[in-house]
Design a protein around this ligand. Structure first.
Ligand SMILES: Nc1ncnc2c1ncn2[C@@H]1O[C@H](COP(=O)(O)OP(=O)(O)OP(=O)(O)O)[C@@H](O)[C@H]1O
Length: 596
Protein backbone atom coordinates (compact mmCIF):
# COMPACT_ATOMS: atom_id res chain seq x y z
CA UNK A 1 0.00 0.00 0.00
CA UNK A 2 1.39 3.44 -0.94
CA UNK A 3 1.67 6.19 1.62
CA UNK A 4 -1.16 8.66 2.04
CA UNK A 5 -1.46 11.20 -0.69
CA UNK A 6 -3.27 14.45 -1.52
CA UNK A 7 -3.97 16.54 -4.62
CA UNK A 8 -0.83 18.64 -4.11
CA UNK A 9 1.52 15.69 -3.86
CA UNK A 10 2.66 13.53 -6.76
CA UNK A 11 1.97 9.87 -6.10
CA UNK A 12 4.88 7.56 -5.51
CA UNK A 13 5.01 4.83 -8.09
CA UNK A 14 5.22 1.51 -6.25
CA UNK A 15 6.59 -0.46 -9.20
CA UNK A 16 8.27 1.14 -12.21
CA UNK A 17 7.21 0.15 -15.67
CA UNK A 18 8.97 -2.76 -17.16
CA UNK A 19 8.91 -3.37 -20.92
CA UNK A 20 7.75 -6.92 -20.28
CA UNK A 21 4.53 -5.42 -18.97
CA UNK A 22 3.51 -4.75 -22.56
CA UNK A 23 3.18 -8.50 -22.89
CA UNK A 24 0.39 -8.27 -20.30
CA UNK A 25 -1.53 -6.17 -22.73
CA UNK A 26 -1.47 -9.10 -25.14
CA UNK A 27 -3.97 -10.76 -22.80
CA UNK A 28 -6.53 -8.11 -23.78
CA UNK A 29 -5.88 -8.53 -27.50
CA UNK A 30 -6.17 -12.31 -27.47
CA UNK A 31 -9.99 -12.53 -27.77
CA UNK A 32 -9.81 -10.36 -30.88
CA UNK A 33 -6.85 -12.06 -32.53
CA UNK A 34 -8.87 -13.56 -35.42
CA UNK A 35 -10.58 -10.30 -36.22
CA UNK A 36 -7.26 -8.50 -36.03
CA UNK A 37 -5.76 -11.03 -38.45
CA UNK A 38 -8.61 -10.39 -40.85
CA UNK A 39 -8.08 -6.65 -40.55
CA UNK A 40 -4.39 -7.14 -41.30
CA UNK A 41 -5.19 -9.15 -44.42
CA UNK A 42 -7.43 -6.36 -45.70
CA UNK A 43 -4.67 -3.88 -44.88
CA UNK A 44 -2.19 -5.95 -46.90
CA UNK A 45 -4.58 -6.07 -49.86
CA UNK A 46 -5.23 -2.31 -49.57
CA UNK A 47 -1.50 -1.58 -49.44
CA UNK A 48 -0.70 -3.64 -52.47
CA UNK A 49 -3.53 -1.87 -54.32
CA UNK A 50 -2.04 1.54 -53.43
CA UNK A 51 1.53 0.55 -54.10
CA UNK A 52 0.63 -0.65 -57.60
CA UNK A 53 0.07 3.02 -58.59
CA UNK A 54 3.67 4.17 -59.11
CA UNK A 55 4.53 0.84 -60.78
CA UNK A 56 1.70 1.27 -63.31
CA UNK A 57 2.97 4.82 -63.86
CA UNK A 58 6.46 3.52 -64.60
CA UNK A 59 5.12 1.09 -67.24
CA UNK A 60 3.04 3.88 -68.77
CA UNK A 61 5.99 6.32 -68.99
CA UNK A 62 8.70 3.85 -70.01
CA UNK A 63 6.72 1.56 -72.33
CA UNK A 64 3.09 2.47 -73.15
CA UNK A 65 3.48 6.21 -73.91
CA UNK A 66 6.75 6.03 -76.01
CA UNK A 67 5.24 3.17 -78.07
CA UNK A 68 1.82 4.88 -78.33
CA UNK A 69 0.31 1.61 -77.10
CA UNK A 70 -3.32 2.77 -76.52
CA UNK A 71 -4.77 -0.60 -75.39
CA UNK A 72 -1.99 -0.85 -72.78
CA UNK A 73 -2.70 2.69 -71.56
CA UNK A 74 -6.42 1.80 -71.18
CA UNK A 75 -5.53 -1.44 -69.38
CA UNK A 76 -3.17 0.42 -67.03
CA UNK A 77 -5.82 3.10 -66.35
CA UNK A 78 -8.50 0.45 -65.67
CA UNK A 79 -6.21 -1.47 -63.32
CA UNK A 80 -5.35 1.77 -61.52
CA UNK A 81 -9.03 2.60 -61.05
CA UNK A 82 -9.86 -0.88 -59.71
CA UNK A 83 -6.88 -0.71 -57.33
CA UNK A 84 -8.19 2.61 -55.97
CA UNK A 85 -11.66 1.13 -55.32
CA UNK A 86 -10.16 -1.91 -53.56
CA UNK A 87 -7.93 0.35 -51.45
CA UNK A 88 -10.96 2.48 -50.50
CA UNK A 89 -13.06 -0.56 -49.45
CA UNK A 90 -10.19 -2.03 -47.43
CA UNK A 91 -9.63 1.33 -45.73
CA UNK A 92 -13.30 1.66 -44.80
CA UNK A 93 -13.46 -1.84 -43.36
CA UNK A 94 -10.31 -1.23 -41.35
CA UNK A 95 -11.68 1.94 -39.72
CA UNK A 96 -14.96 0.27 -38.80
CA UNK A 97 -13.43 -2.96 -37.46
CA UNK A 98 -10.72 -1.17 -35.49
CA UNK A 99 -13.19 1.19 -33.87
CA UNK A 100 -15.27 -1.75 -32.75
CA UNK A 101 -12.30 -3.71 -31.42
CA UNK A 102 -11.03 -0.57 -29.67
CA UNK A 103 -14.36 -0.06 -27.91
CA UNK A 104 -14.50 -3.71 -26.83
CA UNK A 105 -10.96 -3.51 -25.47
CA UNK A 106 -11.92 -0.39 -23.58
CA UNK A 107 -14.83 -2.16 -21.91
CA UNK A 108 -12.70 -5.23 -21.08
CA UNK A 109 -9.92 -3.24 -19.44
CA UNK A 110 -12.25 -0.88 -17.63
CA UNK A 111 -14.35 -3.79 -16.33
CA UNK A 112 -11.22 -5.50 -15.00
CA UNK A 113 -10.09 -2.36 -13.25
CA UNK A 114 -13.55 -1.57 -11.87
CA UNK A 115 -14.04 -5.17 -10.66
CA UNK A 116 -10.68 -5.04 -8.96
CA UNK A 117 -11.57 -1.76 -7.27
CA UNK A 118 -14.70 -3.39 -5.80
CA UNK A 119 -12.43 -5.85 -3.98
CA UNK A 120 -9.91 -3.37 -2.61
CA UNK A 121 -10.09 -2.65 1.12
CA UNK A 122 -11.20 0.60 2.77
CA UNK A 123 -7.52 1.25 3.45
CA UNK A 124 -6.85 1.70 -0.31
CA UNK A 125 -9.57 4.32 -0.65
CA UNK A 126 -8.50 5.97 2.62
CA UNK A 127 -5.01 6.51 1.30
CA UNK A 128 -5.57 8.59 -1.84
CA UNK A 129 -7.95 11.18 -3.29
CA UNK A 130 -10.80 9.52 -5.15
CA UNK A 131 -10.17 11.77 -8.16
CA UNK A 132 -6.85 9.98 -8.65
CA UNK A 133 -8.65 6.65 -8.84
CA UNK A 134 -11.27 8.07 -11.18
CA UNK A 135 -8.73 9.33 -13.73
CA UNK A 136 -7.24 5.84 -14.03
CA UNK A 137 -10.57 4.18 -14.72
CA UNK A 138 -11.75 6.82 -17.18
CA UNK A 139 -8.97 8.79 -18.92
CA UNK A 140 -5.97 6.49 -18.74
CA UNK A 141 -7.91 3.51 -20.03
CA UNK A 142 -9.18 5.62 -22.96
CA UNK A 143 -5.63 6.40 -24.00
CA UNK A 144 -4.59 2.79 -23.81
CA UNK A 145 -7.48 1.35 -25.71
CA UNK A 146 -6.72 3.74 -28.55
CA UNK A 147 -3.10 2.73 -28.51
CA UNK A 148 -3.89 -0.95 -28.44
CA UNK A 149 -6.50 -1.11 -31.16
CA UNK A 150 -5.78 1.77 -33.48
CA UNK A 151 -2.11 2.20 -32.74
CA UNK A 152 -1.22 -1.44 -32.95
CA UNK A 153 -3.09 -2.07 -36.18
CA UNK A 154 -1.71 1.11 -37.70
CA UNK A 155 1.74 0.00 -36.64
CA UNK A 156 1.37 -3.41 -38.27
CA UNK A 157 -0.18 -1.82 -41.32
CA UNK A 158 2.67 0.68 -41.53
CA UNK A 159 5.26 -2.03 -41.13
CA UNK A 160 3.55 -3.97 -43.93
CA UNK A 161 3.52 -0.81 -46.09
CA UNK A 162 7.20 -0.20 -45.45
CA UNK A 163 8.12 -3.80 -46.28
CA UNK A 164 5.96 -4.03 -49.42
CA UNK A 165 7.28 -0.66 -50.60
CA UNK A 166 10.84 -1.77 -49.96
CA UNK A 167 10.26 -4.91 -52.04
CA UNK A 168 9.01 -2.78 -54.95
CA UNK A 169 11.90 -0.34 -54.48
CA UNK A 170 14.53 -3.09 -54.51
CA UNK A 171 12.85 -4.61 -57.54
CA UNK A 172 13.14 -1.34 -59.42
CA UNK A 173 16.62 -0.21 -58.37
CA UNK A 174 18.56 -1.65 -55.45
CA UNK A 175 21.31 1.03 -55.45
CA UNK A 176 18.80 3.89 -55.10
CA UNK A 177 17.01 1.86 -52.39
CA UNK A 178 20.18 1.53 -50.32
CA UNK A 179 20.85 5.26 -50.75
CA UNK A 180 17.32 5.97 -49.44
CA UNK A 181 17.97 3.94 -46.29
CA UNK A 182 21.32 5.54 -45.48
CA UNK A 183 19.95 7.86 -42.78
CA UNK A 184 17.70 5.36 -40.99
CA UNK A 185 20.35 4.44 -38.35
CA UNK A 186 20.58 8.15 -37.40
CA UNK A 187 16.84 8.16 -36.80
CA UNK A 188 16.88 5.05 -34.62
CA UNK A 189 19.74 6.45 -32.55
CA UNK A 190 17.88 9.76 -32.07
CA UNK A 191 14.70 7.99 -30.92
CA UNK A 192 16.70 5.86 -28.50
CA UNK A 193 18.49 8.87 -27.02
CA UNK A 194 15.36 10.84 -26.19
CA UNK A 195 13.14 7.97 -24.98
CA UNK A 196 14.27 8.01 -21.33
CA UNK A 197 13.69 11.76 -20.93
CA UNK A 198 10.38 11.40 -22.73
CA UNK A 199 9.19 8.66 -20.35
CA UNK A 200 10.11 10.76 -17.33
CA UNK A 201 8.35 13.82 -18.74
CA UNK A 202 5.14 11.90 -19.41
CA UNK A 203 5.22 10.21 -16.02
CA UNK A 204 5.39 13.67 -14.48
CA UNK A 205 2.55 14.86 -16.71
CA UNK A 206 0.34 11.94 -15.68
CA UNK A 207 1.02 12.83 -12.02
CA UNK A 208 0.02 16.44 -12.61
CA UNK A 209 -3.13 15.43 -14.51
CA UNK A 210 -3.99 13.15 -11.64
CA UNK A 211 -3.48 15.97 -9.11
CA UNK A 212 -5.71 18.26 -11.14
CA UNK A 213 -8.43 15.63 -11.34
CA UNK A 214 -8.17 15.02 -7.60
CA UNK A 215 -8.53 18.72 -6.83
CA UNK A 216 -11.55 19.15 -9.13
CA UNK A 217 -13.20 16.07 -7.63
CA UNK A 218 -12.51 17.24 -4.08
CA UNK A 219 -13.75 20.78 -4.80
CA UNK A 220 -17.02 19.54 -6.26
CA UNK A 221 -17.56 17.23 -3.29
CA UNK A 222 -16.83 20.10 -0.90
CA UNK A 223 -18.58 22.88 -2.84
CA UNK A 224 -21.16 23.46 -0.10
CA UNK A 225 -18.46 24.06 2.49
CA UNK A 226 -16.54 26.31 0.08
CA UNK A 227 -19.59 28.44 -0.60
CA UNK A 228 -20.68 28.31 3.04
CA UNK A 229 -17.38 29.86 4.11
CA UNK A 230 -17.21 32.15 1.05
CA UNK A 231 -13.91 30.52 0.06
CA UNK A 232 -14.53 30.50 -3.71
CA UNK A 233 -11.62 32.85 -4.44
CA UNK A 234 -9.29 30.64 -2.46
CA UNK A 235 -10.52 27.55 -4.31
CA UNK A 236 -9.98 29.26 -7.67
CA UNK A 237 -6.48 30.29 -6.65
CA UNK A 238 -5.61 26.71 -5.66
CA UNK A 239 -7.14 25.45 -8.88
CA UNK A 240 -5.06 27.91 -10.92
CA UNK A 241 -1.88 26.72 -9.24
CA UNK A 242 -2.67 23.03 -9.81
CA UNK A 243 -3.75 23.71 -13.41
CA UNK A 244 -0.60 25.69 -14.07
CA UNK A 245 1.53 22.81 -12.79
CA UNK A 246 -0.29 20.64 -15.27
CA UNK A 247 0.33 23.11 -18.13
CA UNK A 248 4.04 23.29 -17.39
CA UNK A 249 4.38 19.49 -17.24
CA UNK A 250 2.47 19.26 -20.53
CA UNK A 251 4.69 21.80 -22.29
CA UNK A 252 7.82 20.02 -21.10
CA UNK A 253 6.52 16.63 -22.22
CA UNK A 254 5.44 17.93 -25.61
CA UNK A 255 8.77 19.70 -26.12
CA UNK A 256 10.57 16.38 -25.82
CA UNK A 257 7.93 14.52 -27.80
CA UNK A 258 8.20 16.96 -30.71
CA UNK A 259 11.93 16.45 -30.84
CA UNK A 260 11.28 13.18 -32.68
CA UNK A 261 8.61 14.26 -35.19
CA UNK A 262 10.62 16.99 -37.01
CA UNK A 263 13.66 14.69 -36.88
CA UNK A 264 11.83 12.13 -39.00
CA UNK A 265 10.46 14.84 -41.30
CA UNK A 266 13.92 16.32 -41.87
CA UNK A 267 15.52 13.00 -42.59
CA UNK A 268 12.72 12.14 -45.04
CA UNK A 269 13.21 15.47 -46.89
CA UNK A 270 17.01 15.06 -47.01
CA UNK A 271 16.60 11.53 -48.37
CA UNK A 272 14.19 12.66 -51.08
CA UNK A 273 16.61 15.44 -52.09
CA UNK A 274 19.43 12.90 -52.15
CA UNK A 275 17.48 10.62 -54.49
CA UNK A 276 16.72 13.56 -56.81
CA UNK A 277 20.40 14.43 -56.82
CA UNK A 278 21.69 10.90 -57.47
CA UNK A 279 18.81 9.98 -59.78
CA UNK A 280 19.17 13.05 -62.03
CA UNK A 281 22.96 12.53 -62.25
CA UNK A 282 22.44 8.96 -63.41
CA UNK A 283 19.38 9.67 -65.56
CA UNK A 284 19.59 7.88 -68.88
CA UNK A 285 22.72 5.97 -67.73
CA UNK A 286 21.43 3.44 -65.17
CA UNK A 287 18.11 5.09 -64.26
CA UNK A 288 15.22 5.62 -66.72
CA UNK A 289 12.77 8.58 -66.34
CA UNK A 290 9.95 6.15 -65.44
CA UNK A 291 12.14 4.49 -62.79
CA UNK A 292 13.02 7.84 -61.20
CA UNK A 293 9.38 9.01 -61.13
CA UNK A 294 8.18 5.67 -59.72
CA UNK A 295 11.02 5.69 -57.21
CA UNK A 296 10.14 9.16 -55.96
CA UNK A 297 6.52 7.93 -55.51
CA UNK A 298 7.82 5.00 -53.47
CA UNK A 299 10.03 7.23 -51.36
CA UNK A 300 6.84 9.03 -50.36
CA UNK A 301 5.10 5.69 -49.72
CA UNK A 302 8.07 4.64 -47.65
CA UNK A 303 8.42 7.73 -45.46
CA UNK A 304 4.75 8.26 -44.66
CA UNK A 305 4.48 4.99 -42.72
CA UNK A 306 7.91 5.57 -41.16
CA UNK A 307 6.63 8.92 -39.85
CA UNK A 308 3.55 7.09 -38.54
CA UNK A 309 5.74 4.49 -36.84
CA UNK A 310 7.60 7.38 -35.19
CA UNK A 311 4.28 8.76 -33.98
CA UNK A 312 3.25 5.35 -32.67
CA UNK A 313 6.52 5.12 -30.81
CA UNK A 314 5.73 8.50 -29.27
CA UNK A 315 2.26 7.36 -28.20
CA UNK A 316 3.73 4.20 -26.76
CA UNK A 317 6.11 6.15 -24.58
CA UNK A 318 3.27 8.48 -23.54
CA UNK A 319 0.94 5.58 -22.77
CA UNK A 320 3.61 3.91 -20.67
CA UNK A 321 3.08 6.57 -18.01
CA UNK A 322 -0.62 5.68 -17.90
CA UNK A 323 -0.04 1.97 -18.15
CA UNK A 324 2.19 2.09 -15.08
CA UNK A 325 -0.66 3.55 -13.05
CA UNK A 326 -3.27 1.14 -14.39
CA UNK A 327 -1.13 -1.90 -13.64
CA UNK A 328 -0.26 -0.46 -10.26
CA UNK A 329 -3.96 -0.40 -9.36
CA UNK A 330 -4.57 -3.84 -10.86
CA UNK A 331 -1.63 -5.23 -8.86
CA UNK A 332 -2.84 -3.73 -5.60
CA UNK A 333 -3.61 -6.68 -3.35
CA UNK A 334 -7.12 -6.87 -1.88
CA UNK A 335 -5.68 -7.19 1.66
CA UNK A 336 -8.95 -8.43 3.11
CA UNK A 337 -9.04 -11.81 1.46
CA UNK A 338 -10.74 -15.10 2.16
CA UNK A 339 -8.29 -17.55 3.75
CA UNK A 340 -7.42 -20.41 1.35
CA UNK A 341 -9.50 -22.79 3.50
CA UNK A 342 -12.26 -20.27 4.30
CA UNK A 343 -15.76 -21.70 4.66
CA UNK A 344 -19.18 -20.08 4.52
CA UNK A 345 -20.40 -18.79 7.83
CA UNK A 346 -23.50 -20.88 8.63
CA UNK A 347 -26.71 -19.01 9.61
CA UNK A 348 -25.77 -17.30 12.85
CA UNK A 349 -27.49 -16.60 16.16
CA UNK A 350 -25.34 -13.51 16.71
CA UNK A 351 -23.15 -14.27 19.73
CA UNK A 352 -20.10 -11.98 19.34
CA UNK A 353 -16.80 -12.00 21.20
CA UNK A 354 -13.82 -9.69 20.91
CA UNK A 355 -10.79 -11.45 22.38
CA UNK A 356 -7.82 -9.16 23.17
CA UNK A 357 -8.17 -7.27 19.92
CA UNK A 358 -5.55 -4.65 19.08
CA UNK A 359 -5.44 -2.73 15.82
CA UNK A 360 -3.41 -0.16 13.90
CA UNK A 361 -4.45 1.46 10.60
CA UNK A 362 -1.02 1.52 9.02
CA UNK A 363 2.04 -0.61 9.60
CA UNK A 364 4.13 2.24 10.92
CA UNK A 365 1.44 4.02 12.93
CA UNK A 366 0.74 3.50 16.67
CA UNK A 367 -2.07 1.23 17.84
CA UNK A 368 -5.58 2.71 17.56
CA UNK A 369 -7.19 -0.06 19.64
CA UNK A 370 -5.56 -1.76 22.64
CA UNK A 371 -6.57 -5.15 23.94
CA UNK A 372 -10.34 -4.89 23.42
CA UNK A 373 -12.30 -7.80 24.95
CA UNK A 374 -16.05 -8.13 25.46
CA UNK A 375 -18.90 -10.56 24.93
CA UNK A 376 -22.23 -9.67 23.29
CA UNK A 377 -24.87 -12.34 23.67
CA UNK A 378 -27.20 -13.02 20.75
CA UNK A 379 -29.98 -10.43 20.63
CA UNK A 380 -28.29 -7.89 22.90
CA UNK A 381 -27.88 -4.21 22.12
CA UNK A 382 -24.38 -2.94 22.76
CA UNK A 383 -23.87 0.83 22.86
CA UNK A 384 -20.39 2.20 22.27
CA UNK A 385 -19.87 5.63 23.79
CA UNK A 386 -16.85 7.82 24.36
CA UNK A 387 -15.18 11.02 23.26
CA UNK A 388 -14.53 11.78 19.60
CA UNK A 389 -11.61 9.85 18.10
CA UNK A 390 -11.76 7.26 20.90
CA UNK A 391 -12.01 4.28 18.51
CA UNK A 392 -15.73 3.43 18.47
CA UNK A 393 -16.12 3.36 14.67
CA UNK A 394 -12.87 1.44 14.39
CA UNK A 395 -14.25 -1.31 16.65
CA UNK A 396 -17.40 -1.78 14.58
CA UNK A 397 -15.42 -1.67 11.31
CA UNK A 398 -13.37 -4.63 12.54
CA UNK A 399 -16.52 -6.63 13.16
CA UNK A 400 -17.47 -6.43 9.46
CA UNK A 401 -13.83 -7.09 8.55
CA UNK A 402 -13.47 -3.84 6.68
CA UNK A 403 -10.01 -4.04 8.23
CA UNK A 404 -8.22 -7.07 9.66
CA UNK A 405 -7.35 -7.11 13.36
CA UNK A 406 -3.66 -6.65 14.10
CA UNK A 407 -3.64 -9.07 17.06
CA UNK A 408 -6.32 -10.99 18.95
CA UNK A 409 -9.47 -12.30 17.30
CA UNK A 410 -13.20 -11.77 16.88
CA UNK A 411 -15.67 -14.64 16.91
CA UNK A 412 -19.31 -14.96 15.98
CA UNK A 413 -21.04 -18.02 17.48
CA UNK A 414 -17.51 -19.14 18.42
CA UNK A 415 -16.29 -19.07 14.80
CA UNK A 416 -13.24 -16.89 14.12
CA UNK A 417 -14.06 -14.23 11.49
CA UNK A 418 -10.73 -14.86 9.74
CA UNK A 419 -11.85 -18.40 8.89
CA UNK A 420 -15.06 -17.55 7.05
CA UNK A 421 -15.69 -16.09 3.61
CA UNK A 422 -16.24 -12.35 3.52
CA UNK A 423 -19.45 -12.66 1.53
CA UNK A 424 -21.07 -15.09 3.96
CA UNK A 425 -20.07 -12.84 6.85
CA UNK A 426 -21.28 -9.55 5.39
CA UNK A 427 -24.52 -11.08 4.08
CA UNK A 428 -25.53 -11.70 7.68
CA UNK A 429 -24.63 -8.22 8.85
CA UNK A 430 -26.38 -4.95 8.33
CA UNK A 431 -24.06 -2.00 8.43
CA UNK A 432 -25.36 1.54 8.64
CA UNK A 433 -22.72 4.18 8.50
CA UNK A 434 -23.14 7.62 10.00
CA UNK A 435 -23.47 9.20 6.57
CA UNK A 436 -26.31 7.36 4.86
CA UNK A 437 -25.31 6.95 1.24
CA UNK A 438 -28.10 7.36 -1.26
CA UNK A 439 -27.46 6.13 -4.81
CA UNK A 440 -28.93 7.92 -7.79
CA UNK A 441 -32.19 6.17 -8.74
CA UNK A 442 -35.65 5.84 -7.23
CA UNK A 443 -36.52 5.58 -3.55
CA UNK A 444 -37.64 2.02 -4.29
CA UNK A 445 -34.20 1.14 -5.77
CA UNK A 446 -32.46 2.65 -2.78
CA UNK A 447 -34.36 0.59 -0.24
CA UNK A 448 -34.08 -2.51 -2.41
CA UNK A 449 -30.29 -2.19 -2.21
CA UNK A 450 -30.65 -4.10 1.07
CA UNK A 451 -31.94 -7.20 -0.76
CA UNK A 452 -32.01 -7.05 -4.53
CA UNK A 453 -34.64 -9.77 -4.99
CA UNK A 454 -37.20 -8.12 -2.68
CA UNK A 455 -40.63 -7.48 -4.22
CA UNK A 456 -42.19 -4.00 -4.30
CA UNK A 457 -44.57 -5.06 -1.52
CA UNK A 458 -41.67 -6.22 0.65
CA UNK A 459 -39.94 -2.87 0.08
CA UNK A 460 -43.10 -0.98 1.06
CA UNK A 461 -43.66 -3.08 4.15
CA UNK A 462 -40.02 -2.58 5.29
CA UNK A 463 -40.48 1.15 4.78
CA UNK A 464 -43.66 1.09 6.85
CA UNK A 465 -42.02 -0.76 9.75
CA UNK A 466 -39.00 1.59 9.59
CA UNK A 467 -41.41 4.59 9.70
CA UNK A 468 -40.19 5.80 6.31
CA UNK A 469 -43.45 5.19 4.45
CA UNK A 470 -45.15 8.36 5.68
CA UNK A 471 -42.62 10.77 4.21
CA UNK A 472 -42.20 8.71 1.03
CA UNK A 473 -45.95 9.04 0.39
CA UNK A 474 -45.59 12.82 0.42
CA UNK A 475 -42.93 12.80 -2.35
CA UNK A 476 -44.14 13.73 -5.85
CA UNK A 477 -43.97 10.18 -7.24
CA UNK A 478 -43.93 8.27 -3.95
CA UNK A 479 -41.63 5.24 -4.14
CA UNK A 480 -40.81 6.05 -7.76
CA UNK A 481 -39.41 9.49 -6.96
CA UNK A 482 -35.92 9.85 -8.36
CA UNK A 483 -33.22 10.99 -5.95
CA UNK A 484 -29.69 12.13 -6.75
CA UNK A 485 -26.46 10.55 -5.58
CA UNK A 486 -25.95 11.49 -1.89
CA UNK A 487 -29.74 12.12 -1.65
CA UNK A 488 -29.27 15.88 -1.64
CA UNK A 489 -33.01 16.42 -2.08
CA UNK A 490 -33.77 14.55 1.17
CA UNK A 491 -33.33 15.70 4.75
CA UNK A 492 -30.79 14.01 7.04
CA UNK A 493 -33.61 12.38 9.03
CA UNK A 494 -35.31 11.11 5.85
CA UNK A 495 -32.04 9.62 4.61
CA UNK A 496 -31.69 7.78 7.91
CA UNK A 497 -35.23 6.42 7.74
CA UNK A 498 -34.46 5.12 4.24
CA UNK A 499 -31.34 3.47 5.59
CA UNK A 500 -33.40 1.81 8.34
CA UNK A 501 -35.78 0.42 5.73
CA UNK A 502 -32.84 -0.79 3.63
CA UNK A 503 -31.36 -2.70 6.56
CA UNK A 504 -34.74 -4.07 7.67
CA UNK A 505 -35.20 -5.51 4.21
CA UNK A 506 -31.82 -7.22 4.44
CA UNK A 507 -32.92 -8.63 7.83
CA UNK A 508 -29.40 -9.23 9.21
CA UNK A 509 -28.74 -11.11 12.47
CA UNK A 510 -26.15 -8.56 13.47
CA UNK A 511 -26.79 -4.87 13.09
CA UNK A 512 -24.01 -2.32 13.14
CA UNK A 513 -25.07 1.25 13.36
CA UNK A 514 -23.09 4.44 13.59
CA UNK A 515 -25.77 6.82 14.85
CA UNK A 516 -25.91 10.22 13.24
CA UNK A 517 -25.25 13.08 15.63
CA UNK A 518 -27.08 15.70 13.58
CA UNK A 519 -29.70 17.53 15.59
CA UNK A 520 -33.16 16.78 14.23
CA UNK A 521 -36.59 17.99 15.16
CA UNK A 522 -38.55 16.20 17.86
CA UNK A 523 -41.06 14.69 15.43
CA UNK A 524 -38.38 13.12 13.27
CA UNK A 525 -36.48 12.08 16.40
CA UNK A 526 -39.57 10.19 17.61
CA UNK A 527 -39.97 8.58 14.19
CA UNK A 528 -36.30 7.59 14.11
CA UNK A 529 -36.53 6.16 17.61
CA UNK A 530 -39.57 4.10 16.64
CA UNK A 531 -37.86 2.94 13.45
CA UNK A 532 -34.74 2.06 15.40
CA UNK A 533 -36.68 0.08 18.01
CA UNK A 534 -38.18 -2.02 15.19
CA UNK A 535 -34.75 -2.50 13.74
CA UNK A 536 -33.21 -3.72 16.97
CA UNK A 537 -35.85 -6.38 17.66
CA UNK A 538 -34.32 -9.87 17.76
CA UNK A 539 -30.84 -8.87 16.52
CA UNK A 540 -27.47 -8.39 18.11
CA UNK A 541 -26.84 -4.69 17.62
CA UNK A 542 -23.74 -2.58 17.97
CA UNK A 543 -24.50 1.08 18.07
CA UNK A 544 -22.09 3.96 18.22
CA UNK A 545 -24.70 5.74 20.24
CA UNK A 546 -25.49 9.40 20.62
CA UNK A 547 -29.21 9.15 21.34
CA UNK A 548 -29.92 9.02 25.06
CA UNK A 549 -32.78 6.58 24.79
CA UNK A 550 -30.59 4.15 22.82
CA UNK A 551 -27.89 4.33 25.44
CA UNK A 552 -30.20 3.95 28.38
CA UNK A 553 -31.91 0.91 26.90
CA UNK A 554 -28.71 -0.85 25.86
CA UNK A 555 -27.93 -4.20 27.46
CA UNK A 556 -24.29 -3.20 27.68
CA UNK A 557 -22.58 0.13 27.35
CA UNK A 558 -18.90 0.05 26.43
CA UNK A 559 -17.14 3.28 27.30
CA UNK A 560 -14.20 3.72 24.95
CA UNK A 561 -11.33 6.12 25.50
CA UNK A 562 -7.93 6.26 23.78
CA UNK A 563 -8.64 2.94 22.08
CA UNK A 564 -9.43 1.03 25.29
CA UNK A 565 -12.60 -0.11 27.05
CA UNK A 566 -12.44 1.92 30.22
CA UNK A 567 -15.85 0.95 31.64
CA UNK A 568 -18.59 -1.53 30.76
CA UNK A 569 -22.08 -2.17 32.14
CA UNK A 570 -25.67 -0.98 32.03
CA UNK A 571 -26.60 2.68 32.32
CA UNK A 572 -27.54 2.59 36.03
CA UNK A 573 -24.48 0.49 36.94
CA UNK A 574 -22.16 2.91 35.19
CA UNK A 575 -23.86 5.94 36.70
CA UNK A 576 -23.43 4.42 40.14
CA UNK A 577 -19.69 4.05 39.51
CA UNK A 578 -19.28 7.83 39.20
CA UNK A 579 -16.46 7.29 36.73
CA UNK A 580 -15.79 8.13 33.06
CA UNK A 581 -19.34 7.37 31.90
CA UNK A 582 -20.82 9.45 34.68
CA UNK A 583 -18.66 12.42 33.65
CA UNK A 584 -19.42 11.91 29.97
CA UNK A 585 -23.13 11.63 30.69
CA UNK A 586 -23.04 14.64 32.88
CA UNK A 587 -21.28 16.88 30.36
CA UNK A 588 -22.62 15.58 27.08
CA UNK A 589 -25.78 13.58 27.44
CA UNK A 590 -27.36 15.78 30.08
CA UNK A 591 -27.15 18.55 27.50
CA UNK A 592 -28.85 16.33 24.91
CA UNK A 593 -31.58 15.44 27.38
CA UNK A 594 -32.18 19.13 28.04
CA UNK A 595 -32.61 19.68 24.28
CA UNK A 596 -35.11 16.87 24.08
N1 LIG B 1 -9.02 5.35 7.95
C1 LIG B 1 -8.24 5.74 8.96
N2 LIG B 1 -6.91 5.75 8.80
C2 LIG B 1 -6.10 6.13 9.84
N3 LIG B 1 -6.53 6.53 11.03
C3 LIG B 1 -7.86 6.55 11.23
C4 LIG B 1 -8.77 6.16 10.20
N4 LIG B 1 -10.02 6.28 10.68
C5 LIG B 1 -9.88 6.73 11.96
N5 LIG B 1 -8.59 6.88 12.28
C6 LIG B 1 -8.05 7.32 13.59
O1 LIG B 1 -8.38 6.34 14.56
C7 LIG B 1 -8.80 6.94 15.76
C8 LIG B 1 -10.17 6.41 16.14
O2 LIG B 1 -11.12 6.85 15.18
P1 LIG B 1 -12.64 6.42 15.21
O3 LIG B 1 -13.28 6.89 13.95
O4 LIG B 1 -12.71 4.97 15.50
O5 LIG B 1 -13.17 7.25 16.45
P2 LIG B 1 -14.63 7.41 16.99
O6 LIG B 1 -14.56 7.07 18.44
O7 LIG B 1 -15.59 6.64 16.18
O8 LIG B 1 -14.83 8.96 16.82
P3 LIG B 1 -16.18 9.80 16.47
O9 LIG B 1 -17.07 9.71 17.66
O10 LIG B 1 -15.63 11.17 16.30
O11 LIG B 1 -16.76 9.23 15.21
C9 LIG B 1 -8.77 8.45 15.53
O12 LIG B 1 -7.58 8.94 16.09
C10 LIG B 1 -8.72 8.61 14.03
O13 LIG B 1 -7.94 9.71 13.68
Amino acid sequence: MTKRNTYNEDEELTSRFNWHDYARLGHYLRPYSWRLCFVLITILIGNIAIILGPYLMKIAIDTAIPNRNLPLIWALSGTFLISLVIAFLCFRYRIWAITEIGQSLLIDMRTDLFTHLQELPFAYFDSRPHGKILIRVVNYINTLSDLLANGLVNLISDIISVLVTLIFMFAINWQLTLDSLALIPVLVLWAYLIQKKQRQAFRKLSDKQSNLNAYIHESIAGIKVTQGFAQEANAIQTFDAVADDNRRAYMQAVKIQYALGPGVQNISTITTALIYFIGIQQLGVVVSTGTLIAFLGYINNFWNPVINIGNFYNSLITATAYLERIFETMDEKPQILDAPDAFNLPPIKGDVRFNNVSFRYEEASPLTLHDISFHAQAGQTIALVGPTGAGKTTIINLLSRFYNVTTGNITIDNINLQQVTLDSLRQQMGVMQQETFIFSGTIMDNIRYGRLDATDDEVRSAAKIARADAFIQTLPSGYNTTVQEHGSSLSAGQRQLLAFARVLLADPRILILDEATAAIDTKTETLLQEGLNELLKGRTSFIVAHRLSTIQRADQILVINHGRIVEAGRHDQLMAMHGEYYRLYDSQYQMLQDQN
